[in-house]
Design a protein around this ligand. Structure first.
Ligand code: SAJ
Length: 441
């Protein structure tokens, strides 16, 4: 049956289902429709389905080309969205793109994934290829997905085929990444992996690497855990610089002159929808068979950074004779990433909570986040400290003399090394920064 599917893929007569019309599922549905396939997009949110069928993208933020591609593929009738799983009975390949978050105890939450499997297993046609694109812990295909799909008596590689092909999309580059980034096609069998490659070749211009499912699961979680551990190293080095009177920026530059070194940037914390989560998925995947000590230690270091920034602010307020209780503090930057409107798992949220718990009045500004836009000077006016949490370009352009004049107490805490320490001190600011141990001259 896989050879028949391969033929239908080549002829573009295969029908593709995509479950989950979010920032992963919608663009991939549009791209397969653009490649010539009939695509059925499935989502449980009726209003989202209605909007998509009206050609309106539910994806926020600036996504070059997505709105146009959606309108085009809906307009020509190749893409259609539905809330009815029964419509997936006609699909030859089904991609699962539902959320796979972790809870506050860092445990994977597979409710959406399980619901999708429980719904599609009763409608999937014989010979259908099921591909999990959502990021899942290593061994989750075997332990979570396969048992659910086989629960009604259907058998993998007999009644259906199964694979994992994790996505590498990023907000702001959804369509570009889908086309330009390589992907691991983890098949339950080598033949399944080859069929997945044939399918993705119709939209991906980069490498498509055949593998088994657990390799695909390991690669995706490892690539993000790797980044988290490396950021944690930069953060721990920054704290060491503060403790020893060093300057992280200078130390990092010199370390990176050593061949094969590439220390990342220390900062006010690690947010976002994937880096923090994927580390825990990798740690969970080993299922207690080995202690994921480094991964959990890195998470602890990175999660500590907004608390460290809180401490810097508290120290300088006390030095200035201002009790943090009752102090008015401006938090500049609420997105998790510079020049982005995405606030998921933002370190700023931790800082704001910390400061409010200490009794401070917090005013938040972020030129990219609608509810925090506005005049930054009005936000800074009469504050006892300004804490920069995100390296937005808008903040790099701030005139430090004006910052000093706007503040009631001239304290500037720089969580992302946006400003030059000497310049800040020269205009009369009390300046502290992540990784800066020396007192600026
Ligand atoms: N961060 C630091 N120091 C650094 C780099 C990042 O503190 O040196 C912080 C950022 O401020 C942010 C968080 O870490 O709060 C995550 O930043 P990120 O640059 O890793 O951006 P993400 O979360 O969008 O990560 C995505 C991932 N891509 C996918 O999952 C497909 C990641 O694998 C990429 O490496 C990353 O983009 C990228 O390189 O842009």
């Amino acid at each position: 049956m896989l050879s028949e599917l391969r033929s239908r893929i080549e002829e573009r007569t295969a029908v593709i289902g995509v479950i989950g019309m979010g920032y992963v599922g919608l663009p991939v549905a549009c791209m397969f429709a653009q490649a010539g396939f009939r695509v059925i997009g499935m989502d449980i949110k009726a209003e989202r389905v209605a909007g998509i069928n009206a050609g309106r993208s539910p994806i926020e933020g600036d996504e070059p080309g997505l709105a146009e591609l959606l309108a085009e593929t809906i307009g020509c009738g190749r893409l259609r969205a539905t809330t009815d799983y029964a419509e997936l009975a006609q699909t030859d390949a089904m991609l699962i793109d539902v959320e796979t978050p972790v809870d506050k105890n860092h445990q994977p939450q597979y409710a959406a994934l399980k619901a999708a499997c429980q719904s599609l297993r009763s409608v999937m046609k014989s010979g259908a290829l099921i591909i999990v694109e959502s990021t899942i812990a290593p061994t989750a295909i075997e332990r979570v997905v396969l048992p659910l799909l086989e629960d009604l008596g259907k058998r993998v590689n007999v009644d259906f085929y199964l694979g994992a092909c994790p996505e590498r999309v990023m907000p702001g580059k959804l369509l570009m990444n889908l086309k330009a980034l390589s992907r691991v096609c983890g098949g339950h069998t080598p033949e399944t992996a080859q069929t997945m490659i044939a399918l993705y070749r119709t939209i991906v211009e980069a490498d498509l690497d055949a593998a088994n499912c657990v390799t695909a699961e390991l690669v995706k979680t490892a690539e993000n855990a790797y980044r988290d551990v490396n950021i944690a190293f930069a953060n721990e080095l920054a704290l060491a610089c503060e403790a020893t009177g060093g300057d992280f920026l200078a130390v990092r530059e010199l370390v990176n002159k050593s061949p094969g070194r590439a220390v990342l940037m220390a900062g006010a914390g690690v947010g976002g929808h994937c880096i923090p989560k994927d580390s825990w998925l990798l740690a969970h995947g080993v299922n207690g068979r080995m202690p994921a000590r480094l991964i959990s230690a890195a998470r602890a270091v990175n999660d500590h950074m907004p608390n460290h920034v809180t401490n810097l602010a508290e120290q300088e307020l006390q030095r200035a004779g201002r009790d943090v209780t009752g102090a008015k503090i401006a938090v500049l930057g609420y997105a998790y990433l510079e020049n982005s409107d995405d606030t998921r798992n933002s370190p700023s949220a931790v800082l704001v909570t910390n400061l409010q718990r200490l009794g401070a009045e917090v005013v938040i500004h972020d030129p990219w986040v609608p509810q925090y836009q506005g005049d930054v000077w009005a936000c800074l006016h009469d504050c006892d400290a300004a804490v920069v949490m995100v390296a937005h370009n808008d903040y790099r352009a701030l005139d430090l003399k004006q910052v000093k004049m706007a503040l009631r107490t001239p304290i500037l805490i720089d969580g992302r090394r946006v400003f030059d320490a000497q310049r800040a001190v020269a205009v009369g600011l009390v300046y502290r920064a992540v990784g800066l141990g020396v007192k600026p001259a």
